[in-house]
Design a protein around this ligand. Structure first.
Ligand code: SF4
Ligand code: SF4
Length: 541
Protein backbone atom coordinates (compact mmCIF):
# COMPACT_ATOMS: atom_id res chain seq x y z
CA UNK A 1 0.00 0.00 0.00
CA UNK A 2 1.09 3.57 -0.58
CA UNK A 3 2.41 5.22 2.55
CA UNK A 4 2.51 8.91 3.36
CA UNK A 5 4.82 11.14 5.34
CA UNK A 6 3.91 13.25 8.33
CA UNK A 7 5.57 16.59 8.89
CA UNK A 8 8.80 16.66 10.90
CA UNK A 9 9.81 13.83 13.18
CA UNK A 10 13.24 12.42 13.97
CA UNK A 11 15.22 9.37 13.05
CA UNK A 12 16.42 8.04 16.40
CA UNK A 13 18.83 5.20 17.08
CA UNK A 14 17.11 1.88 17.84
CA UNK A 15 18.07 0.72 21.34
CA UNK A 16 15.89 -2.40 21.61
CA UNK A 17 18.45 -5.10 20.81
CA UNK A 18 19.38 -5.70 24.43
CA UNK A 19 15.82 -6.02 25.73
CA UNK A 20 14.65 -8.32 22.93
CA UNK A 21 17.50 -10.80 23.31
CA UNK A 22 15.70 -12.75 26.06
CA UNK A 23 12.14 -14.14 26.06
CA UNK A 24 9.51 -12.41 28.18
CA UNK A 25 9.90 -13.40 31.82
CA UNK A 26 6.66 -14.00 33.69
CA UNK A 27 7.36 -12.62 37.14
CA UNK A 28 6.11 -14.28 40.28
CA UNK A 29 3.92 -12.72 42.94
CA UNK A 30 5.76 -10.09 45.00
CA UNK A 31 5.64 -9.90 48.81
CA UNK A 32 3.24 -6.96 48.67
CA UNK A 33 1.11 -5.42 45.92
CA UNK A 34 0.19 -1.74 45.99
CA UNK A 35 -2.65 -1.32 43.52
CA UNK A 36 -3.57 2.30 42.69
CA UNK A 37 -7.31 2.97 42.41
CA UNK A 38 -6.78 5.42 39.56
CA UNK A 39 -4.51 4.09 36.83
CA UNK A 40 -6.22 5.27 33.70
CA UNK A 41 -7.41 8.46 32.05
CA UNK A 42 -10.70 9.56 33.61
CA UNK A 43 -12.19 9.27 37.05
CA UNK A 44 -10.43 7.16 39.67
CA UNK A 45 -12.31 4.20 41.06
CA UNK A 46 -13.61 3.88 44.62
CA UNK A 47 -12.38 1.06 46.82
CA UNK A 48 -15.06 -1.64 47.17
CA UNK A 49 -13.12 -3.69 49.74
CA UNK A 50 -12.06 -2.90 53.27
CA UNK A 51 -8.90 -3.33 55.27
CA UNK A 52 -8.88 -6.87 56.63
CA UNK A 53 -10.92 -8.35 53.76
CA UNK A 54 -9.68 -11.45 52.03
CA UNK A 55 -9.71 -11.00 48.26
CA UNK A 56 -9.42 -13.55 45.50
CA UNK A 57 -7.50 -13.16 42.29
CA UNK A 58 -9.49 -11.12 39.78
CA UNK A 59 -11.90 -9.78 42.43
CA UNK A 60 -12.96 -6.20 41.85
CA UNK A 61 -11.30 -3.96 44.44
CA UNK A 62 -11.88 -0.59 42.75
CA UNK A 63 -15.35 0.22 41.44
CA UNK A 64 -15.58 2.80 38.65
CA UNK A 65 -18.35 5.34 39.13
CA UNK A 66 -18.11 7.49 36.02
CA UNK A 67 -18.41 6.70 32.31
CA UNK A 68 -14.74 7.36 31.48
CA UNK A 69 -13.34 4.99 34.06
CA UNK A 70 -12.17 1.39 34.44
CA UNK A 71 -12.56 -1.05 37.32
CA UNK A 72 -9.48 -2.25 39.19
CA UNK A 73 -8.99 -5.89 40.28
CA UNK A 74 -6.91 -7.83 42.77
CA UNK A 75 -3.89 -9.23 40.87
CA UNK A 76 -3.71 -12.23 43.24
CA UNK A 77 -5.47 -13.61 46.31
CA UNK A 78 -4.58 -12.33 49.75
CA UNK A 79 -5.48 -9.92 52.50
CA UNK A 80 -6.15 -6.22 52.14
CA UNK A 81 -3.75 -4.72 54.68
CA UNK A 82 -4.21 -1.03 53.90
CA UNK A 83 -6.16 1.45 51.81
CA UNK A 84 -4.42 4.79 51.86
CA UNK A 85 -2.37 7.33 49.93
CA UNK A 86 0.88 5.96 48.48
CA UNK A 87 3.39 7.26 45.91
CA UNK A 88 2.29 6.27 42.40
CA UNK A 89 3.87 6.70 38.97
CA UNK A 90 2.74 10.14 37.85
CA UNK A 91 4.68 13.20 36.61
CA UNK A 92 3.19 15.22 39.49
CA UNK A 93 4.93 12.97 42.03
CA UNK A 94 1.83 13.21 44.22
CA UNK A 95 0.50 10.33 46.29
CA UNK A 96 -2.78 8.66 45.33
CA UNK A 97 -5.21 6.17 46.95
CA UNK A 98 -4.08 2.55 46.69
CA UNK A 99 -5.25 -0.83 47.94
CA UNK A 100 -2.36 -2.75 49.50
CA UNK A 101 -2.64 -6.55 49.31
CA UNK A 102 -0.53 -9.06 51.16
CA UNK A 103 -0.63 -12.16 48.91
CA UNK A 104 -1.56 -15.48 50.55
CA UNK A 105 0.53 -17.48 48.08
CA UNK A 106 -2.46 -19.44 46.69
CA UNK A 107 -3.14 -17.22 43.66
CA UNK A 108 -6.71 -18.37 44.07
CA UNK A 109 -9.42 -17.11 41.69
CA UNK A 110 -12.33 -18.08 43.94
CA UNK A 111 -15.55 -17.10 42.14
CA UNK A 112 -14.00 -13.98 40.62
CA UNK A 113 -13.10 -15.39 37.24
CA UNK A 114 -15.68 -14.62 34.59
CA UNK A 115 -17.10 -17.46 32.55
CA UNK A 116 -15.03 -18.00 29.38
CA UNK A 117 -16.88 -16.83 26.28
CA UNK A 118 -15.72 -19.15 23.55
CA UNK A 119 -18.94 -18.27 21.74
CA UNK A 120 -18.25 -14.52 21.92
CA UNK A 121 -19.17 -14.08 18.24
CA UNK A 122 -22.79 -14.94 19.03
CA UNK A 123 -22.98 -12.62 22.03
CA UNK A 124 -24.86 -9.37 22.06
CA UNK A 125 -22.58 -6.36 21.30
CA UNK A 126 -23.73 -4.53 24.40
CA UNK A 127 -22.84 -7.53 26.54
CA UNK A 128 -19.40 -7.65 24.90
CA UNK A 129 -18.77 -4.00 25.76
CA UNK A 130 -19.95 -4.60 29.30
CA UNK A 131 -17.50 -7.46 29.60
CA UNK A 132 -14.64 -5.18 28.52
CA UNK A 133 -15.79 -2.73 31.14
CA UNK A 134 -15.99 -5.49 33.74
CA UNK A 135 -12.44 -6.54 32.80
CA UNK A 136 -11.06 -3.03 33.46
CA UNK A 137 -9.41 -2.88 30.03
CA UNK A 138 -7.59 0.33 29.11
CA UNK A 139 -5.26 1.28 26.26
CA UNK A 140 -1.90 -0.35 27.01
CA UNK A 141 0.19 1.86 24.73
CA UNK A 142 0.74 4.24 27.63
CA UNK A 143 -2.34 6.45 27.30
CA UNK A 144 -4.54 4.16 29.47
CA UNK A 145 -7.86 5.36 28.05
CA UNK A 146 -10.78 3.07 29.03
CA UNK A 147 -11.29 0.71 26.08
CA UNK A 148 -15.04 0.14 26.49
CA UNK A 149 -15.54 3.89 25.91
CA UNK A 150 -13.35 3.93 22.80
CA UNK A 151 -15.28 0.97 21.39
CA UNK A 152 -18.63 2.68 21.87
CA UNK A 153 -18.78 5.33 19.12
CA UNK A 154 -21.31 8.14 19.20
CA UNK A 155 -24.73 7.44 17.73
CA UNK A 156 -24.56 7.83 13.96
CA UNK A 157 -20.75 7.73 13.89
CA UNK A 158 -19.61 5.03 11.47
CA UNK A 159 -16.22 3.42 12.09
CA UNK A 160 -14.91 1.73 8.95
CA UNK A 161 -11.20 1.29 9.76
CA UNK A 162 -9.42 -0.20 12.74
CA UNK A 163 -5.76 0.79 13.06
CA UNK A 164 -3.43 -1.46 15.05
CA UNK A 165 -0.62 0.68 16.36
CA UNK A 166 2.41 -1.60 16.43
CA UNK A 167 4.70 1.34 15.70
CA UNK A 168 6.62 1.41 18.94
CA UNK A 169 8.67 4.42 18.03
CA UNK A 170 10.46 5.33 21.30
CA UNK A 171 14.08 4.14 21.04
CA UNK A 172 14.18 1.74 24.04
CA UNK A 173 10.68 0.26 24.29
CA UNK A 174 10.12 -3.27 22.98
CA UNK A 175 7.06 -4.49 24.92
CA UNK A 176 4.82 -4.61 21.83
CA UNK A 177 7.59 -6.13 19.74
CA UNK A 178 7.94 -9.01 22.22
CA UNK A 179 4.18 -9.45 22.54
CA UNK A 180 3.80 -9.72 18.76
CA UNK A 181 6.62 -12.23 18.60
CA UNK A 182 5.18 -14.42 21.35
CA UNK A 183 1.38 -14.08 21.36
CA UNK A 184 0.22 -13.02 17.88
CA UNK A 185 -2.82 -15.36 18.00
CA UNK A 186 -4.26 -13.61 21.05
CA UNK A 187 -3.71 -10.23 19.35
CA UNK A 188 -5.58 -11.43 16.24
CA UNK A 189 -8.45 -12.74 18.39
CA UNK A 190 -8.66 -9.35 20.10
CA UNK A 191 -8.74 -7.68 16.69
CA UNK A 192 -11.49 -10.02 15.56
CA UNK A 193 -13.61 -9.15 18.61
CA UNK A 194 -12.98 -5.43 18.16
CA UNK A 195 -13.74 -5.54 14.45
CA UNK A 196 -17.11 -7.14 15.25
CA UNK A 197 -17.85 -4.57 17.95
CA UNK A 198 -17.14 -1.64 15.65
CA UNK A 199 -18.37 -3.21 12.43
CA UNK A 200 -15.22 -2.18 10.55
CA UNK A 201 -14.51 -3.02 6.93
CA UNK A 202 -10.74 -3.14 7.20
CA UNK A 203 -7.91 -3.40 9.70
CA UNK A 204 -4.57 -1.70 9.07
CA UNK A 205 -1.95 -3.40 11.22
CA UNK A 206 1.16 -1.18 11.35
CA UNK A 207 4.51 -2.55 12.50
CA UNK A 208 7.71 -0.52 12.37
CA UNK A 209 10.31 -1.63 9.87
CA UNK A 210 12.80 -2.22 12.70
CA UNK A 211 10.64 -5.04 14.09
CA UNK A 212 11.23 -7.81 11.50
CA UNK A 213 10.74 -10.64 14.01
CA UNK A 214 7.35 -9.32 14.99
CA UNK A 215 6.35 -8.93 11.35
CA UNK A 216 7.45 -12.49 10.59
CA UNK A 217 5.49 -13.85 13.50
CA UNK A 218 2.36 -11.97 12.41
CA UNK A 219 2.67 -13.02 8.79
CA UNK A 220 3.03 -16.65 9.76
CA UNK A 221 0.11 -16.73 12.16
CA UNK A 222 -2.41 -14.48 10.40
CA UNK A 223 -5.47 -16.75 10.07
CA UNK A 224 -6.45 -17.29 6.40
CA UNK A 225 -10.03 -16.14 7.04
CA UNK A 226 -8.70 -12.78 8.29
CA UNK A 227 -6.50 -12.09 5.27
CA UNK A 228 -9.20 -10.08 3.51
CA UNK A 229 -9.81 -8.03 6.63
CA UNK A 230 -6.34 -7.42 8.07
CA UNK A 231 -3.55 -5.76 6.13
CA UNK A 232 -0.08 -5.96 7.69
CA UNK A 233 1.85 -2.78 6.93
CA UNK A 234 5.52 -2.09 7.61
CA UNK A 235 5.97 1.61 8.42
CA UNK A 236 9.24 3.58 8.59
CA UNK A 237 10.66 3.94 12.08
CA UNK A 238 10.56 7.69 12.32
CA UNK A 239 9.79 9.11 15.71
CA UNK A 240 6.86 9.66 16.56
CA UNK A 241 5.18 7.35 14.04
CA UNK A 242 3.50 5.69 17.03
CA UNK A 243 1.50 8.87 17.67
CA UNK A 244 -2.11 8.12 16.72
CA UNK A 245 -2.43 11.13 14.41
CA UNK A 246 0.97 10.57 12.80
CA UNK A 247 0.27 6.88 12.16
CA UNK A 248 -3.09 7.63 10.57
CA UNK A 249 -1.38 10.20 8.34
CA UNK A 250 1.27 7.63 7.34
CA UNK A 251 -1.27 4.91 6.61
CA UNK A 252 -4.05 6.88 4.95
CA UNK A 253 -2.71 10.36 4.14
CA UNK A 254 -5.58 11.82 6.16
CA UNK A 255 -5.18 14.41 8.91
CA UNK A 256 -7.14 14.08 12.14
CA UNK A 257 -8.71 17.55 12.56
CA UNK A 258 -7.36 19.81 15.27
CA UNK A 259 -9.27 19.15 18.48
CA UNK A 260 -10.86 16.10 16.84
CA UNK A 261 -10.43 12.35 17.14
CA UNK A 262 -9.62 9.54 14.68
CA UNK A 263 -13.30 8.58 15.01
CA UNK A 264 -14.11 11.82 13.14
CA UNK A 265 -12.43 10.15 10.15
CA UNK A 266 -14.21 6.84 10.81
CA UNK A 267 -11.14 5.25 12.43
CA UNK A 268 -10.22 3.82 15.82
CA UNK A 269 -6.64 3.12 16.83
CA UNK A 270 -5.45 0.59 19.45
CA UNK A 271 -2.19 -0.82 20.70
CA UNK A 272 -1.48 -4.60 20.24
CA UNK A 273 -1.31 -5.10 24.03
CA UNK A 274 -4.88 -3.80 24.28
CA UNK A 275 -6.09 -6.44 21.76
CA UNK A 276 -4.40 -9.17 23.81
CA UNK A 277 -6.15 -7.83 26.95
CA UNK A 278 -9.49 -7.79 25.06
CA UNK A 279 -8.97 -11.42 24.05
CA UNK A 280 -8.05 -12.46 27.62
CA UNK A 281 -11.11 -10.79 29.09
CA UNK A 282 -13.68 -11.86 26.52
CA UNK A 283 -12.52 -15.37 25.69
CA UNK A 284 -10.83 -16.40 28.94
CA UNK A 285 -12.81 -14.27 31.41
CA UNK A 286 -9.58 -12.82 32.84
CA UNK A 287 -9.62 -9.15 33.81
CA UNK A 288 -6.55 -6.97 33.28
CA UNK A 289 -4.18 -8.03 36.07
CA UNK A 290 -0.71 -7.83 34.51
CA UNK A 291 1.20 -6.31 31.62
CA UNK A 292 4.49 -6.59 29.75
CA UNK A 293 7.08 -4.04 30.86
CA UNK A 294 10.39 -3.36 29.08
CA UNK A 295 13.12 -3.04 31.71
CA UNK A 296 16.03 -1.47 29.98
CA UNK A 297 18.74 1.14 29.71
CA UNK A 298 22.43 1.15 30.55
CA UNK A 299 21.45 1.33 34.21
CA UNK A 300 20.02 -2.22 34.22
CA UNK A 301 22.29 -5.27 34.31
CA UNK A 302 20.26 -7.54 31.99
CA UNK A 303 17.68 -5.58 30.00
CA UNK A 304 14.62 -7.63 29.08
CA UNK A 305 10.84 -7.69 29.01
CA UNK A 306 8.91 -9.01 31.95
CA UNK A 307 5.25 -9.69 32.56
CA UNK A 308 4.50 -8.11 35.93
CA UNK A 309 1.36 -8.09 38.04
CA UNK A 310 -0.14 -4.61 38.44
CA UNK A 311 0.93 -3.32 41.81
CA UNK A 312 4.41 -4.92 41.70
CA UNK A 313 7.06 -2.48 43.00
CA UNK A 314 9.41 -1.09 40.33
CA UNK A 315 12.33 -2.31 42.44
CA UNK A 316 11.16 -5.93 42.02
CA UNK A 317 10.83 -5.45 38.26
CA UNK A 318 14.36 -4.04 38.06
CA UNK A 319 15.54 -6.98 40.13
CA UNK A 320 13.98 -9.37 37.62
CA UNK A 321 16.25 -7.76 35.02
CA UNK A 322 19.35 -8.44 37.09
CA UNK A 323 19.15 -5.30 39.22
CA UNK A 324 20.74 -1.90 38.78
CA UNK A 325 24.11 -1.45 37.15
CA UNK A 326 26.76 0.56 38.97
CA UNK A 327 26.18 4.28 39.28
CA UNK A 328 22.52 4.55 38.24
CA UNK A 329 21.09 7.97 38.95
CA UNK A 330 17.84 8.12 37.02
CA UNK A 331 14.76 5.91 36.59
CA UNK A 332 12.21 6.87 33.97
CA UNK A 333 8.75 5.39 33.38
CA UNK A 334 8.22 5.32 29.60
CA UNK A 335 10.77 6.08 26.91
CA UNK A 336 13.57 8.65 26.88
CA UNK A 337 11.49 11.05 24.75
CA UNK A 338 8.10 11.03 26.43
CA UNK A 339 8.70 9.31 29.76
CA UNK A 340 9.03 11.00 33.14
CA UNK A 341 11.55 10.49 35.92
CA UNK A 342 10.42 8.85 39.14
CA UNK A 343 12.20 9.35 42.45
CA UNK A 344 11.16 6.22 44.27
CA UNK A 345 11.40 2.66 42.98
CA UNK A 346 8.92 1.34 45.55
CA UNK A 347 6.11 2.72 43.39
CA UNK A 348 3.99 0.14 41.58
CA UNK A 349 3.51 -1.06 38.02
CA UNK A 350 0.23 0.31 36.67
CA UNK A 351 -1.74 -0.35 33.48
CA UNK A 352 0.23 2.43 31.73
CA UNK A 353 3.72 1.18 32.66
CA UNK A 354 5.17 0.08 29.33
CA UNK A 355 8.83 0.69 30.13
CA UNK A 356 11.28 1.31 32.98
CA UNK A 357 14.45 2.97 31.76
CA UNK A 358 17.44 3.25 34.11
CA UNK A 359 20.36 5.46 33.17
CA UNK A 360 23.68 6.66 34.59
CA UNK A 361 24.98 10.22 34.47
CA UNK A 362 27.25 9.44 31.50
CA UNK A 363 24.24 8.17 29.48
CA UNK A 364 22.42 11.46 29.69
CA UNK A 365 25.14 14.08 29.69
CA UNK A 366 24.21 17.51 30.91
CA UNK A 367 22.95 19.38 27.82
CA UNK A 368 24.58 22.57 29.08
CA UNK A 369 23.04 25.84 30.20
CA UNK A 370 19.76 27.08 28.78
CA UNK A 371 20.40 29.95 26.38
CA UNK A 372 18.11 32.49 24.73
CA UNK A 373 16.03 31.43 21.75
CA UNK A 374 17.81 32.42 18.54
CA UNK A 375 14.69 31.93 16.40
CA UNK A 376 16.44 29.35 14.26
CA UNK A 377 13.11 27.54 13.61
CA UNK A 378 14.74 24.12 14.01
CA UNK A 379 11.93 23.21 16.40
CA UNK A 380 9.23 24.06 13.86
CA UNK A 381 10.97 21.93 11.24
CA UNK A 382 10.69 18.77 13.36
CA UNK A 383 7.30 19.33 14.96
CA UNK A 384 5.02 16.48 13.81
CA UNK A 385 1.96 18.48 14.84
CA UNK A 386 3.02 21.34 12.52
CA UNK A 387 3.06 23.84 15.37
CA UNK A 388 5.37 26.76 15.99
CA UNK A 389 7.15 25.54 19.14
CA UNK A 390 9.11 28.75 19.66
CA UNK A 391 5.88 30.78 19.62
CA UNK A 392 4.36 28.40 22.15
CA UNK A 393 7.46 28.90 24.25
CA UNK A 394 7.19 32.71 24.12
CA UNK A 395 3.51 32.66 25.00
CA UNK A 396 4.07 30.20 27.86
CA UNK A 397 6.88 32.39 29.19
CA UNK A 398 4.65 35.47 28.95
CA UNK A 399 1.81 33.51 30.60
CA UNK A 400 -0.45 34.54 27.75
CA UNK A 401 -2.68 31.50 28.01
CA UNK A 402 -5.24 32.70 25.50
CA UNK A 403 -2.63 33.26 22.81
CA UNK A 404 -0.89 29.96 23.45
CA UNK A 405 -4.16 28.12 22.85
CA UNK A 406 -4.60 30.03 19.60
CA UNK A 407 -1.17 28.68 18.63
CA UNK A 408 -2.49 25.12 19.08
CA UNK A 409 -1.02 24.17 22.45
CA UNK A 410 -3.48 21.32 22.85
CA UNK A 411 -2.44 19.79 19.53
CA UNK A 412 1.03 19.32 21.01
CA UNK A 413 1.59 15.62 21.74
CA UNK A 414 4.61 16.39 23.95
CA UNK A 415 6.80 14.22 21.73
CA UNK A 416 9.90 16.24 22.66
CA UNK A 417 11.23 16.55 19.09
CA UNK A 418 11.47 20.34 19.41
CA UNK A 419 13.46 20.24 22.66
CA UNK A 420 15.67 17.49 21.22
CA UNK A 421 16.88 19.70 18.36
CA UNK A 422 16.87 23.08 20.13
CA UNK A 423 20.44 24.44 20.01
CA UNK A 424 19.66 26.69 22.97
CA UNK A 425 18.81 23.70 25.19
CA UNK A 426 15.45 25.19 26.09
CA UNK A 427 13.30 22.61 27.90
CA UNK A 428 10.40 23.43 25.59
CA UNK A 429 8.10 20.56 26.58
CA UNK A 430 8.26 21.60 30.21
CA UNK A 431 6.95 25.02 29.22
CA UNK A 432 4.06 23.39 27.32
CA UNK A 433 3.23 21.10 30.24
CA UNK A 434 3.33 24.08 32.57
CA UNK A 435 0.98 26.04 30.27
CA UNK A 436 -1.42 23.10 29.91
CA UNK A 437 -1.51 22.56 33.66
CA UNK A 438 -2.11 26.26 34.26
CA UNK A 439 -4.96 26.31 31.76
CA UNK A 440 -6.52 23.18 33.24
CA UNK A 441 -6.11 24.57 36.77
CA UNK A 442 -7.71 27.87 35.74
CA UNK A 443 -10.56 26.06 34.02
CA UNK A 444 -11.04 23.98 37.12
CA UNK A 445 -11.03 27.15 39.22
CA UNK A 446 -13.44 28.83 36.81
CA UNK A 447 -15.65 25.79 36.91
CA UNK A 448 -15.49 25.80 40.69
CA UNK A 449 -16.30 29.51 40.90
CA UNK A 450 -19.11 29.04 38.34
CA UNK A 451 -20.56 26.34 40.55
CA UNK A 452 -20.08 28.52 43.65
CA UNK A 453 -21.77 31.46 41.86
CA UNK A 454 -24.63 29.26 40.73
CA UNK A 455 -24.99 27.96 44.27
CA UNK A 456 -24.99 31.51 45.67
CA UNK A 457 -27.55 32.67 43.10
CA UNK A 458 -29.69 29.64 43.77
CA UNK A 459 -29.49 30.29 47.52
CA UNK A 460 -30.42 33.95 47.06
CA UNK A 461 -33.30 32.99 44.84
CA UNK A 462 -34.45 30.43 47.39
CA UNK A 463 -34.26 32.97 50.25
CA UNK A 464 -36.17 35.54 48.20
CA UNK A 465 -38.75 32.97 47.18
CA UNK A 466 -39.18 31.81 50.77
CA UNK A 467 -39.56 35.40 51.97
CA UNK A 468 -42.04 36.10 49.20
CA UNK A 469 -44.01 32.98 50.03
CA UNK A 470 -43.91 33.83 53.75
CA UNK A 471 -45.19 37.35 53.04
CA UNK A 472 -47.94 35.92 50.83
CA UNK A 473 -48.91 33.44 53.52
CA UNK A 474 -49.01 36.22 56.11
CA UNK A 475 -51.11 38.43 53.86
CA UNK A 476 -53.51 35.57 53.26
CA UNK A 477 -53.74 34.89 56.96
CA UNK A 478 -54.48 38.56 57.68
CA UNK A 479 -57.11 38.70 54.99
CA UNK A 480 -58.67 35.54 56.36
CA UNK A 481 -58.66 37.02 59.84
CA UNK A 482 -60.24 40.22 58.60
CA UNK A 483 -62.89 38.29 56.77
CA UNK A 484 -63.47 36.28 59.88
CA UNK A 485 -63.84 39.43 61.95
CA UNK A 486 -66.19 40.93 59.40
CA UNK A 487 -68.13 37.72 59.40
CA UNK A 488 -68.19 37.80 63.19
CA UNK A 489 -69.61 41.37 63.24
CA UNK A 490 -72.19 40.39 60.72
CA UNK A 491 -73.14 37.33 62.71
CA UNK A 492 -73.33 39.39 65.87
CA UNK A 493 -75.56 41.95 64.13
CA UNK A 494 -77.79 39.18 62.85
CA UNK A 495 -77.84 37.57 66.26
CA UNK A 496 -78.72 40.87 67.88
CA UNK A 497 -81.45 41.49 65.31
CA UNK A 498 -82.76 38.01 65.90
CA UNK A 499 -82.70 38.53 69.62
CA UNK A 500 -84.51 41.85 69.23
CA UNK A 501 -87.07 40.25 66.97
CA UNK A 502 -87.54 37.44 69.45
CA UNK A 503 -87.93 39.90 72.28
CA UNK A 504 -90.51 41.86 70.33
CA UNK A 505 -92.30 38.70 69.45
CA UNK A 506 -92.22 37.58 73.03
CA UNK A 507 -93.52 40.97 74.13
CA UNK A 508 -96.32 40.85 71.63
CA UNK A 509 -97.16 37.35 72.66
CA UNK A 510 -97.27 38.46 76.28
CA UNK A 511 -99.47 41.36 75.44
CA UNK A 512 -101.84 39.30 73.45
CA UNK A 513 -101.89 36.74 76.25
CA UNK A 514 -102.84 39.46 78.68
CA UNK A 515 -105.60 40.65 76.34
CA UNK A 516 -107.16 37.23 76.13
CA UNK A 517 -107.04 36.89 79.99
CA UNK A 518 -109.29 40.04 80.40
CA UNK A 519 -112.05 39.30 77.88
CA UNK A 520 -114.27 37.01 80.04
CA UNK A 521 -114.45 39.43 83.20
CA UNK A 522 -115.79 42.65 81.52
CA UNK A 523 -116.85 44.51 84.77
CA UNK A 524 -113.47 44.98 86.17
CA UNK A 525 -112.39 46.10 82.81
CA UNK A 526 -115.23 48.56 82.43
CA UNK A 527 -114.52 49.99 85.91
CA UNK A 528 -110.93 50.39 85.11
CA UNK A 529 -111.87 51.96 81.77
CA UNK A 530 -114.35 54.40 83.29
CA UNK A 531 -111.80 55.38 85.96
CA UNK A 532 -109.33 55.98 83.27
CA UNK A 533 -111.78 58.03 81.25
CA UNK A 534 -112.80 60.03 84.32
CA UNK A 535 -109.27 60.86 85.09
CA UNK A 536 -108.73 61.94 81.48
CA UNK A 537 -111.86 64.07 81.59
CA UNK A 538 -110.58 65.83 84.69
CA UNK A 539 -107.30 66.50 83.18
CA UNK A 540 -109.00 67.90 80.05
CA UNK A 541 -110.87 70.34 82.14
S1 SF4 B 1 14.91 25.53 18.22
FE1 SF4 B 1 15.20 26.60 20.14
S2 SF4 B 1 16.41 28.34 19.61
FE2 SF4 B 1 15.61 27.56 17.70
S3 SF4 B 1 13.69 28.71 17.41
FE3 SF4 B 1 13.18 26.85 18.47
S4 SF4 B 1 13.19 27.43 20.59
FE4 SF4 B 1 14.33 29.01 19.52
S1 SF4 C 1 6.60 18.58 21.80
FE1 SF4 C 1 4.83 19.55 20.89
S2 SF4 C 1 5.61 21.41 19.98
FE2 SF4 C 1 7.37 20.10 20.38
S3 SF4 C 1 7.67 19.01 18.50
FE3 SF4 C 1 6.37 17.72 19.75
S4 SF4 C 1 4.29 18.28 19.16
FE4 SF4 C 1 5.65 19.88 18.39
Amino acid sequence: MQLHRFHGGLKLADETDASTAEPVLVMGVPAKLTVPLGQHIGEATEACVQVGDHVTKGQRIGQSKGYIAAHVHAPTSGKVVDIDLYPVPHPSGLDAPCVVIEPDGHDDWGDARMEPWLDWDTRDLRALRQRLRAGGIVGLGGAAFPTAVKLNPRAGQRIHTLVVNGAECEPYISADDMLLRTAPEAVFEGIRITARLLGVERVLFAVEDNMPEAMRSLTETLPPELRDLIELVSVPSIYPTGGERQLIKVLTGQEVPSGGLPADLGMVCHNPGTFKAICDTVIQGRPLLSRIVTVTGPGVKHPRNVEALLGTPFADVIEAAGGYAEGVDRLVMGGPMMGFAVHDDSIPVIKATNCLLATRPQDTPDPGPVMPCIRCAECAAVCPAQLLPQQLYWQAKAKDFDAIQDYGLFDCIECGCCAYVCPSNIPLVQYYRYAKNEIWAREKERHKSDIARERYEFRQERIEREEREKAERLAKKKAALKNKEADGDKQAAIQAALERAQKKKAARAEESAKGSDQAPGSETTREETSTTNDTRDRDDR
